[in-house]
Design a protein around this ligand. Structure first.
Ligand code: CMC
Length: 389
């Protein structure tokens, strides 16, 4: 009964109204709260962008200072969360660990269930943005069998994360400022992307009025899936398979013949170019200045050049997307492929929480409960076992 339109994957159904992120795929525009991504990547830093996403406007100096102070104050996690993470198998996927740890935080902060109180909500938002790098870095150390490194609150957000990942001994960790800047830019680019699969998951679960830790852990679950967070890893595998610049033309011919896809190219929304890809390419140069050039870069550049001039790709409006270069950067920074998605989840937490807050404050929001089109049997008569057997 009732009329339902069939729209699997919500390709034509708006699930919400939102004032957080604007995308114009035809024109290659991405804006957070009205500010173009290019300007944010050039002039801002991740914590300021997180403030913008959450609060809807840029901070004054004192608002910025107390935001950074509060986030820095909350970077540590309860020792029992550490024990929880240490209980995982030695080869546990870091995303599985992150998902569980964030979900587990809901039990450490039971007051978080009071989502109707603005101050309580704000505290959980600060806590989650603050603790994400700590949990992400610990999931990385765990896989390496190394002791977890506690946050150093004299360091900035990205630098602290790098220290928790890579610090080897007691002396203070000092990351190259070019790497810190590149990581800040990557974090800004990944902070939000309107109603993608994981954000939709956060909103859908959040609409039950559960605490934000549980809602965000649902988002991490969605991001864990290869169709959402896994494309940059696939790009690296592809580049490695191609092996040498001389093999690029034959590979492109194979793509055109329909044998496989050129990973890191094309986008459901961006049909002109992905503005994040242009920014990331510049960050790639900066990182390689420090780490030395990833030998796979030559193959990537050649692929891009050939594809951008080839009629097959031009006709289908296929351009490099954000994942074409991000894997190369992460690999140069010595992250194993399983960590790539964690590096996505940390900044996206700001976007998830901005969208969650918008959801909670929206008086028209109902619990997410899509219609279905039923295709099964109806009104059967249950036969006794004697009749069936
Ligand atoms: N290589 C070769 N051909 C392609 C590619 C590609 N990467 N992407 C699309 N096409 C072709 C496709 O075969 C089709 O051709 P035809 O019209 O002859 O059948 C046409 O272009 C349209 O493709 P589509 O699958 O209808 O496009 P879509 O909007 O459904 O898919 C996409 C978008 C991103 C899934 C797809 O472009 C793709 O698979 N790209 C490679 C994987 C990738 O890089 N994913 C990361 C996306 S960015 C992640 C994010 O924003 O979070």
């Amino acid at each position: 009964p009732g009329i339902a339109s069939y729209d699997p994957g919500f390709t034509n159904t708006a699930s919400t109204r939102s004032a957080v992120t604007y995308i114009d795929g035809e024109k290659g525009i991405l804006e957070y709260r009205g500010y173009p991504i290019e300007q944010l990547a050039e002039k801002s830093n991740f914590l300021e962008v997180a403030y913008l996403l959450i609060h809807g406007e840029l901070p004054s100096q004192s608002q910025y200072d107390s935001w950074v102070h509060d986030i820095t104050f909350h970077t540590f996690v309860h020792e029992n969360v550490k024990s929880l993470m240490q209980g995982f198998r030695y080869d546990a996927h870091p995303m599985g660990m992150l998902l569980s740890a964030v979900g587990g935080l809901s039990t450490f902060y039971p007051e978080a269930r009071n989502i109707h109180d603005a101050e309580t909500r704000h505290l959980q938002i600060v806590r989650m943005i603050a603790k994400m790098p700590t949990l992400g870095a610990w999931s990385f150390r765990h896989a390496q069998g190394k002791p977890y490194v506690y946050p150093d609150n004299d360091l900035g957000y990205a630098e602290n994360f790098l220290a928790m990942l890579f610090k080897m001994s007691e002396p203070k960790y000092a990351a190259d400022p070019r790497l810190v800047k590149a990581l800040e830019v990557l974090f800004i680019l990944h902070a939000d992307h309107e109603q993608n699969c994981s954000t939709n998951a956060v909103r859908s679960v959040g609409s039950s009025q559960v605490d934000p830790y549980s809602a965000v852990s649902a988002g991490i679950g969605a991001l864990y899936g290869p169709l959402h967070g896994g494309a940059n890893e696939a790009v690296l595998k592809m580049l490695r398979r191609i092996g040498d610049v001389s093999n690029v033309p034959a590979f492109i011919e194979g793509v055109k013949a329909g044998n496989e896809r050129l990973m890191g190219f094309g986008h459901r929304v961006y049909k002109n170019y992905d503005p994040r890809a242009t920014i990331i390419k510049k960050a790639t140069d900066d990182v390689f200045e420090v780490t030395g050039v990833n030998p796979l870069l030559k193959i990537a550049v050649e692929l891009e050049q050939i594809a951008l001039e080839d009629e097959y790709f031009v006709k289908r409006k296929l351009y490099p997307n954000v994942d074409f270069y991000s894997g190369l950067i992460y690999e140069a920074l010595q992250f194993p492929p399983e960590m790539f998605t964690v590096l996505f989840a940390i900044p996206r937490t700001a976007g998830w929480l901005a969208q969650w807050l918008e959801l909670v404050n929206d008086s028209e929001q109902k619990i997410a409960r899509p219609k279905q089109i039923y295709t099964g049997d109806r009104g059967l008569v249950f036969p006794s076992r004697e009749e069936r057997w």
